[in-house]
Design a protein around this ligand. Structure first.
Ligand code: FAD
Length: 384
């Protein structure tokens, strides 16, 4: 049986979030970009609305919701405030890694606080010399007595400037590639942890930056899962975050299209509403169609994940084309709104800057094409 409908509960959740997103978040969206701050009070509010703990089991303060429900949250919050959608996407990634692999004490310490919005935990893989080639990281973690000592530099990390802790990936075996990487929870207040923000083009409230680790001692209990297994633990998490990123971008683009449809129905040129001209309406139709395709591929991927079925190529296709189609749609909307949309008084220019960031973050188009090619073509495809 094929069934594309959401449950009644999911429809209710979507309506509630749409209302909150468009009426509370959207009017302030540009404010946080200008002030270069993450509105922690709104992040906490999203915790109260059940958004932050969607992928956290009930016993640790979350709702243990389905991945499809997390997708609804990403899409709807994306309409109002692209950056606050990290409360869905980043939290889902970090909390799934902790839930599935961390020791009981770490779960009890971190998961309830992630769910409530009290604490924000980032995920730090990228380094100055290893981005797409994530297995090439050089940070090290050396087991000494009952602790690990971490050294290295992480770069491009979301929430670097305000994260309360980071899931940090480091080499525990220098002689192996991806098989020698481990993951640790590292509170940002520890001696030897230093964070520095970037002057980014978009995603500004997300405080992306570098994390410098100098002789950072962490208790051995902070190791997540098995030593040397960190790389494989996180790869599965990316299949979720990539689907959520697709929907967060699509949400921002759908909101732009809705606003643009209102504009072209009311704005007149040559004595007629702009909407009368096919040169105006057809581009809207083109982008709407592309976004719908991505949206349903994303929900299909999330549904497959909920069923415990393989969904890697769905995730990578959504991550590759979701941000691309969304930024193209927002760009078109900007043009159709005319010169005023080129000012910072309207949210379109910010949406464009924000969405472009996630054409890179969590894997570029090529990185995701590599994933799909490996699955489709097999060992004859050699990207490295
Ligand atoms: C908004 C944003 C948020 C981010 N958040 C985080 C975060 O929270 N945590 C984190 O760890 N990282 C984060 N990143 C970093 C991000 O994951 C990396 O930037 C990304 O993986 C690409 O790595 P790179 O920048 O080093 O580019 P490179 O790996 O140097 O790639 C440069 C270019 O070469 C292409 N390329 C590389 N290898 C190949 C190949 N084999 N075939 C074809 N093309 C190739 C790439 O696609 C890209 O276009 C974030 C980045 C951004 C922009």
């Amino acid at each position: 049986m094929l069934n594309f409908s959401f449950s009644q509960e999911q429809d209710y959740f979507r309506d509630m979030l749409r209302n909150f997103s468009v009426n509370v978040l959207l009017p302030q969206y540009t404010k946080w970009d200008r002030e270069k701050t993450l509105p922690r009070h709104l992040w906490k509010k999203l915790g109260e609305l059940g958004v932050n703990g969607l992928r956290i089991p009930e016993e640790y303060g979350g709702s243990g919701a389905e991945c499809v429900t997390a997708g609804i949250a990403a899409e709807e919050i994306g309409r109002g405030d692209f950056n606050l959608t990290y409360a869905v996407m980043l939290n889902a990634l970090a909390s799934e890694i902790i839930t599935n692999h961390a020791a009981e004490q770490l779960k009890k310490t971190w998961l309830p606080q992630i769910a409530s919005g009290e604490k924000i935990v980032g995920v730090a893989i990228t380094e100055p010399s290893a981005g797409t080639d994530a297995a090439g990281i050089r940070s090290t973690a050396v087991h000494k007595g009952d602790c690990y000592v971490l050294n290295g530099e992480k770069s491009g990390i979301s929430a670097a400037t305000f994260g309360d802790a980071f899931i940090i990936f480091a080499k525990t075996d220098q002689n192996s590639g991806s098989k020698g990487i481990s993951a640790f929870i590292v509170p940002s207040e520890l001696p030897g942890v230093e964070c520095k923000g970037y002057d980014d083009m978009g995603n500004i409230p997300i405080g992306r930056g570098s994390i410098y680790l100098t002789e950072v001692e962490i208790p051995e209990e902070n190791l997540i899962g098995l030593e040397n297994n960190g790389f494989f633990q996180v790869m599965n998490g990316f299949d979720l975050s990539r689907l959520l990123i697709g929907l967060q971008c699509v949400g921002a683009a759908f909101q732009s299209i809705d606003e643009t449809i209102e504009h072209v129905k009311t704005r007149h040129a040559f004595g007629k509403p702009l909407a009368r001209f096919q040169g105006v309406s057809f581009p809207i139709v083109t982008h709407y169609t592309q976004l719908e395709l991505i949206k349903w591929q994303a929900y299909r991927g999330l549904w497959l994940r909920d069923q415990g079925k393989k969904h890697t190529r769905e995730a990578s296709s959504v991550k590759w084309l979701g941000p691309k189609y969304s930024q193209e749609a927002i760009h078109e909307c900007m043009l159709l709104n005319g010169h005023y949309a080129y000012t910072k008084d309207m949210p379109l220019e910010q949406r464009l800057r924000d969405v472009i960031g996630l054409e890179i973050g969590d894997g570029t188009a090529q990185a995701n094409q590599i994933v799909i090619a490996k699955e489709l073509i097999g060992k004859e495809f050699r990207p490295y």
